[in-house]
Design a protein around this ligand. Structure first.
Ligand SMILES: [Zn+2]
Length: 425
């Protein structure tokens, strides 16, 4: 560590009240999703904060009143040195009516060495630490040779891919850190995709025809879409069990790759045979699989299941996968992310962690999902690394330990400095 850098890192201890105030400030912006469409004020604050530190700001509406912010600090030798994306979401989990908080979730307080408030762990702590690190670098007059990009995105809690929009806009870097809740582990993640399976009859029959379509001699070739969906659900369970038996991934309990029949809608009225039934499923898969592959496996299996049923063979199920938002079109995708421990960015992050915490970092997988998958899918080597633990994410009296927040801020400051001072090959 250079003297300059070690002095900066030490400053975080003596200035931790400023860091806590910054986190409190972020928590005070009420950005729960759902309902969403409430992040503009918080995003404007972040945009101004970054602009004051020399960043060029790109701020655009992903949805009305829900803008993304990307700040770019061009490196003074940007072509010769490594670039970095710091990514975090500004939205927080909703506060349910039945949640019994000791304090107002949006008026944060410090208690027993922790900051308590909605988003403290997931993930305004991560955002505050990274922003404070940037402030210290700026105040010290350090011009990084490599470029630094800061992405504050919307919609993560409701499956809206604010991060995907950043990738589509062309933002790239040599490495990305998603500063979401990881308890200071370096993490990859499994993926999630939701889908709708529809069973539909091309004819609508009256309830009184049921005898003719299910009993000998009735001669009516028809079926209840609800009953045929039972065949599909059984098929999904067979596949889920097959996956549990045959697939595994280090860090996940066997059978974490589940297919959840989460919501079912079907039938039109008690006087009719159900002519349509729709099933909403949530599929969890492992980091070394892609959602394209998973879609293929499910559709293929269910096609065979349908082919073994005389009515479904003629009326095959229809699949619709993913979606842009759980609250707009009722669907989402979180691509999986594999972390390569030999990746230079991961090694440097691990060594910054070692230097600050005096312990080896744990490299494992998140039991949850983050935006990291989108960056990985855009071809950017990415790791999840942030303060706070998942027991606190979305929880009543959500909190982050100040000790951990301070350590994280030191690590991320050191990592930003070292990475953006690393020459490209
Ligand atoms: Zn999060």
């Amino acid at each position: 560590m250079t003297i300059e850098l070690s002095e900066l890192v030490e400053q975080i201890d003596s200035r931790k009240d400023e860091l806590i105030d910054l986190l409190k400030k972020l928590i005070e912006f009420k950005t729960p999703a759902p309902p969403a469409r409430n992040t503009k004020e918080a995003q404007t604050f972040i945009a101004n904060f970054l602009q004051e530190k020399g960043f060029i700001i790109d701020m655009w509406d992903v949805y009305p009143n829900d803008p993304n912010v990307v700040g770019v600090l061009n490196g003074k030798e940007e072509h010769a040195y490594k670039s970095l994306i710091i990514n975090g979401h500004i939205d927080v989990a909703e506060v349910g009516k039945d949640e019994n908080w000791d304090v107002d979730p949006f008026i944060p307080i410090v208690k027993n060495g922790a900051v308590i408030g909605r988003g403290a762990a997931d993930m305004k702590g991560g955002l505050a630490g990274a922003l404070f690190a940037i402030q210290l670098l700026h105040e010290a007059g350090i011009d990084l040779p490599g470029s630094l990009l800061f992405q504050s995105v919307i919609g993560e809690e409701v499956g809206e891919a604010g991060t995907l929009e950043c990738c589509k806009r062309g933002y790239k870097a040599d490495f990305a850190v998603v500063v979401d809740t990881s308890d200071l582990h370096i993490q990859g993640q499994g993926g999630v995709i939701t889908g709708w399976i529809t069973v539909k009859s091309d004819q609508t029959f009256h309830d009184a025809t049921r005898r003719q379509m299910i009993h000998a001699g009735g001669k009516l070739f028809g079926a209840s879409a609800i009953e045929k969906m039972m065949v599909i659900i059984n098929g999904l369970q067979e596949l889920e069990r097959h996956w549990a038996v045959t697939k595994s991934y280090q860090g996940f309990l066997p059978g974490t790759n589940t297919i959840n029949p989460a919501v079912i809608e079907g039938g039109r009225h008690a006087a009719f045979i159900a002519d349509e039934c729709r099933l909403w499923i949530t599929v969890h898969y492992y980091p070394n699989e892609t959602h394209e592959q998973i879609i293929e496996e499910i559709e293929e299996h269910i096609r065979h299941v349908a082919n073994a049923d005389p009515w479904l063979r003629k009326n095959p199920p229809i699949f619709e996968w993913g979606g842009k938002s759980m609250i707009v079109d009722r669907g989402e995708i979180f691509p999986s992310l594999e972390v390569d421990p030999n990746e230079l960015g991961v090694k440097q992050l691990a060594s910054a962690h070692r230097e600050v915490i005096q312990e080896e970092v744990i490299i494992d997988v998140s039991p949850s999902v983050t935006d990291g998958g989108w960056l990985g899918e855009a071809g950017i080597p990415t790791a999840i690394y942030g303060p706070g633990n998942l027991q606190n994410a979305h929880a009543v009296n959500e909190q982050v330990s100040i000790g951990q927040l301070v350590s994280y801020t030191k690590v991320i400051l050191m990592f930003i400095y070292n990475w953006c001072n690393t020459k490209r090959l």
